[in-house]
Design a protein around this ligand. Structure first.
Ligand code: CP3
Length: 348
């Protein structure tokens, strides 16, 4: 493995001393880049995920074009249910759709127990190829959805506003929900261990839909499975990041889940969160993604605000509070990265 030339991201995850704050962007390999769209024109989304050469190419694009301090492997959280046997369509303008969502014990019984090393080998191949092609320029992040967020898609079948189908399951048939969550947690643990084995330098667990649960339901249906995964991941010193959108008051418990880094959405005050849990974990975030629609001056001001909110010292990884939107101008994303690099020096 080549030695990392830029390891700011990994050092910040461990709160080691650094020269400036590292920055990467959730969904940085995506449609806002014309170079991504050019590849995507030739192949559909799943084909891209399943072709290591294409996945590696688009993973590295944002490193070349906007200069982020970490790469995140191009893939999707939904490759796990797809490998379990659920047919997945990625529909333009609508998002992911499962033809036959899980609604009953009979549906659940049809799910395959997967061996990620075999059934998701294409992701692992993409990780090792990307690692090779990055040649130590920046660290590579592997990721997965949390069991709760994956189950939400598997049961709803698509994106949702009310989440009534999955909520109905947790209230009408909690036993079924728990058995599915447990099955998914086992698959995710092995999947993330295999990604680390294939070369990922860190892993991030996305709990995009943790925030739709009440406090007690979050503690029953999401957090224990995240904790189980973190306890079971085979790793040396590769950091684990947990991004749970809309978690607010659950930060105290979340900061004790075993993660090295907690990702925050833009509704949270980085300063207050640091005071509360910053001695235990590093923090990642949390610029409102829509700030990237603004002028360069405004982007600069908002970057400064986020940096000032965290304040002096290591333990902050700059990111957006959620994924970059497809109609953002690449030059604005590049400006953001440049501002973080320039303005963060005085905090170290
Ligand atoms: O961050 C990166 O650059 C790595 C790649 C990545 C993708 N999806 C690629 C993608 C990552 C980390 C994800 C995670 C993901 N996927 C999440 C969790 C993070 C979050 O945003 O909350 C979720 C909920 C999904 C499920 C998913 N995949 C949705 C809802 C959609 C449709 C919305 C959209 O942006 O189109 C996808 C499709 C998807 N995943 C695309 C990309 C680049 C766009 C597909 C295309 O090119 O047509």
């Amino acid at each position: 493995m080549p030695h990392l030339k830029n390891d700011l991201f990994l050092r910040a995850c461990k709160k080691e001393k650094i020269e400036r704050t590292p920055v990467w962007i959730m969904r940085q390999a995506g449609r806002y880049l014309p170079e991504y769209r050019a590849v995507r024109e030739k192949a559909d989304f799943l084909t891209m995920c399943k072709t290591p050469e294409l996945a590696a190419e688009v993973t590295i694009q944002p490193i070349d074009i906007i200069g982020t301090d970490a790469a995140i492997i191009f893939s999707d959280i939904l490759v796990i249910p797809e490998a379990m046997g659920m047919h997945l369509d990625m529909i333009e303008g609508k998002g992911p759709v499962f033809e036959k969502p899980i609604r009953s014990k009979e549906d659940a019984d049809e799910l395959k127990v997967i061996d990620p090393v075999k059934d998701l080998k294409y992701v692992l191949d993409a990780v090792s190829l990307t690692k090779k092609e990055l040649n130590g320029r920046v660290p590579l992040i592997g990721f997965s959805g949390s069991p709760w967020t994956l189950l939400t898609y598997m049961v709803e079948g698509k994106g949702s506003k009310s989440f009534s189908v999955i909520k109905k399951m947790i209230y009408a048939n909690p036993k079924l929900a728990h058995s599915l969550l447990d099955k998914i947690a086992d698959a995710v643990s092995e999947y993330l261990s295999a990604k680390i084995e294939a070369g990922a330098d860190a892993v991030q667990i996305f709990d995009t839909w943790g925030g739709i649960l009440s406090q007690s339901d979050f503690h029953e249906f999401s957090l224990p499975y995240i904790e189980k995964i973190i306890a079971n991941i085979k790793r040396k010193d590769e950091p684990v990041i947990v991004f749970a959108k809309g978690v607010h008051y659950r930060l105290g418990k979340l900061s004790k889940c075993g993660a090295d880094v907690i990702g925050l959405d833009w509704t949270m005050d980085l300063n207050k969160v640091r005071t509360r849990i910053g001695d235990r974990v590093a923090l990642q975030g949390n610029l409102d993604p829509t700030v990237l629609y603004a002028s360069k001056e405004k982007i600069k001001d908002e970057v400064e605000k986020v940096l000032a909110a965290y304040g002096k010292g290591s333990g902050h990884i700059f990111n957006l509070g959620h994924g970059i939107l497809p109609d953002i101008k690449p030059e604005n994303a590049k400006a953001l990265v440049d501002y973080v690099k320039e303005l963060s020096k005085k905090y170290h």
